[in-house]
Design a protein around this ligand. Structure first.
Ligand code: NAP
Length: 128
């Protein structure tokens, strides 16, 4: 079957869905979200009205990302530092999250999916 430019994509955009399954109470976490795909996901979910937690390993880069979203009128985003390769940082984040939110609805494990980086990290942890 030929796909023409005028054809619609088979998966409709969530914003066009007739059954809205999320609300402003829906909580989403995105890791590695100060730039790239993670940042774009945070922005889209914030535009759709979800409660979004933007996490980044660097405080300054995370804060800059939040400021950029606020400049676009998106205030339903909270920042917290999270380095997914650091067990201590993960524990701190988990403690903060459980103290402040009743439940987690969406987790986007976006940060550091590259196998090369994961292998390097695992290697370094074994050496220590
Ligand atoms: N773009 C593609 O075509 C593509 C294709 C396949 C898979 N992916 C995967 O999709 C993910 C996002 O891709 P992207 O293109 O948006 O990458 P990107 O622009 O390089 O962004 C990666 C993000 O992950 C963060 N990050 C890296 N290590 C981290 C750690 N240990 N803890 C917390 N955050 C960390 C980076 O933070 P810093 O700014 O601090 O470095 C950055 O915010 C990546 O995992 C990538 O492997 C991408």
């Amino acid at each position: 079957m030929e796909f023409k430019e005028t054809d619609h994509l088979p998966i409709p955009s969530p914003s066009l869905s007739p059954t809205r399954w999320w609300s402003e109470e829906t909580v989403a976490i995105v890791t590695g979200a100060n730039k790239g795909i993670g940042f774009a996901l945070v922005r889209r979910m914030a535009e759709l009205g979800l409660k979004v937690i933007l996490t980044a390993r660097d405080m300054e880069r995370g804060c800059k990302a939040i400021e950029a979203l606020k400049a676009q009128g998106l205030y339903n985003v909270t920042f917290f530092c999270l380095d997914v390769s650091d067990p201590c940082s993960i524990k701190t984040f988990a403690t903060w999250f459980t103290a402040n939110f009743a439940a987690l609805d969406i987790l986007v494990n976006n940060a550091a999916v590259s196998f090369k980086e994961i292998m390097k990290t695992q290697l370094n942890m074994r050496r220590q």
